[in-house]
Design a protein around this ligand. Structure first.
Ligand code: HAM
Length: 407
């Protein structure tokens, strides 16, 4: 009965800490770039994702946790953050001050087939830069992501970029692809055969069919405005981050226009997209908002943590032991004083004997034990034991604190 759902996880200390480290790195970069936090609800009207993420996407067709709530509304656990940000932007009348840079940190839900680095509940850290149509904005958000990866010591990652054009130039590309793939429908995988008509761009990044057609598939011919935009993005990025132009990078969400990008790395046996995003100049208007351009990304916090090489900070814990009932109160005061001084201290197992208390100190990998009995109470001292070297010395309480604060 007490069983975890498939694809969901309990994250204990070590893994939770890694996510916190990724969040901290991201927050420090957001501060430098002037992005403001936006906490979004987990549940939204299902319609929002159908409209924004796209009716024909895998996310909406197969992966959403959607249900009817008690009030008969069709709702969904958010599979991604961008539609919620767009909704919040529209509802809160940012028209007055259209230039906004938001970031969000939160769990997303997708009923995908679980595997290493792919979960049904996962954390995204996302950034949405709304109101800036300049290619400088595309470059800026990509460089923010790079700054976060650098802070975390993520190495050997690749930045892939592409432009998928706009309302003007994409329909022609779509048609060319439909024509091209229809002619070889029989050689497509089952999934691509069904999505060929509705989303032919997706065939290009299908793991099975994509590589077969990389060379031969028709290429996107960008309209002059999209070409200029893309050329400028590349120019802004030049020399600041190594990137590859990948004409097969198309992304699985419907709202993108012009620039799309992905940060990829090989993490042993796991999914390789660490972060991804792009420009979405038509989304906000298509959801009933003002015509305002936007560009953004989201990183998968678990995947980025897997690829990071940060050193974990192990805090030194002090374990306070009382060997006699008459010293319990004295020991408890020491324990609290240490904590008030900002030191990591544990103990308080005063109903146990010395041996059992020391055993617990070892179990939690404490660096020091402070041991007190009636003798120490009468002299206002304590015994400080270094649990690594085994060395111990008796110190006055003042010296003890000075000693530990310096460690
Ligand atoms: P996405 O590519 O669907 O884009 O997801 C972004 C990142 O979330 C992925 O690169 C990956 O690291 C992580 N991710 C996705 N699915 C899973 C999963 N099942 N388990 C673990 N990690 C996962 C978006 O969601 C867009 N909203 C990004 C964006 C923001 N575009 C513009 N603004």
């Amino acid at each position: 009965m007490a069983k975890l759902l498939r694809g969901f996880r309990d994250l204990f200390e070590e893994e939770a800490q890694k996510l916190t480290t990724v969040e901290k790195a991201a927050r420090s970069v957001f501060k430098i770039y002037g992005a403001k936090e936006l906490r979004l609800p987990t549940l939204e009207l299902k319609e929002i994702f159908i409209k924004a993420t796209g009716q024909t996407t895998d996310i909406v067709q197969k992966e959403m946790y959607a249900f009817e709530d008690g009030g008969g509304r069709l709702v969904a656990m958010r599979p991604e953050g961008t539609p919620g940000v767009a909704r919040a932007y529209i509802e809160n009348n940012f028209q007055e001050n259209p230039l906004q840079k938001f970031f969000y940190i939160g769990n997303m839900f997708r009923a995908e087939r679980p595997q290493a680095g792919r979960y049904r509940e996962f954390e995204q850290i996302g950034l949405e830069y709304i109101g800036n149509a300049s290619p400088a904005a595309d470059a800026e958000v990509i460089l923010m992501l790079k700054a976060i990866f650098d802070k975390l010591g993520v190495k050997n990652y690749k930045v892939k970029i592409n432009s998928i054009g706009c309302k003007e130039c994409r329909p022609k590309f779509r048609e060319d692809l439909i024509k091209f793939f229809t002619a070889q429908k029989d050689s497509l995988c089952e999934k691509c055969q069904t999505r060929l008509e509705v989303n032919p761009l997706r065939v290009l990044d299908c793991k099975i069919d994509g590589p077969k057609f990389t060379q031969s598939a028709p290429k996107q011919i960008l309209c002059p405005a999209c070409q200029k935009h893309f050329d400028e993005v590349k120019k802004y990025l030049d020399g600041k981050v190594p990137f590859e132009v990948d004409p097969c990078l198309v992304r699985g969400l419907d709202y993108y226009t012009k620039t799309v990008f992905e940060f990829q790395a090989d993490i042993a046996g796991a999914q390789n997209a660490l972060a991804a995003g792009g420009r979405y100049d038509d989304l906000i208007a298509s959801m009933g908002g003002p015509k305002v351009p936007a560009v953004g990304w989201a990183l998968g916090a678990e995947r980025v943590a897997l690829a990071s090489s940060f050193e974990e900070q192990k805090s030194k814990t002090i374990f306070v032991v009382s060997v006699e009932e008459s010293a319990n109160n004295y020991a408890f005061n020491i324990l609290q004083t240490l904590r008030e001084k900002g030191l990591s201290a544990q103990g308080g197992l005063f109903d146990k004997n010395l041996k059992a208390q020391m055993k617990q100190a070892n179990k939690i990998n404490a660096s020091y034990a402070i041991i007190v009995g009636g003798n120490e109470v009468s002299k206002n001292t304590a015994v400080l034991k270094d649990l690594t070297s085994g060395e111990q010395k008796e110190l006055s309480l003042n010296d003890l604190l000075a000693n530990l604060e310096g460690k």
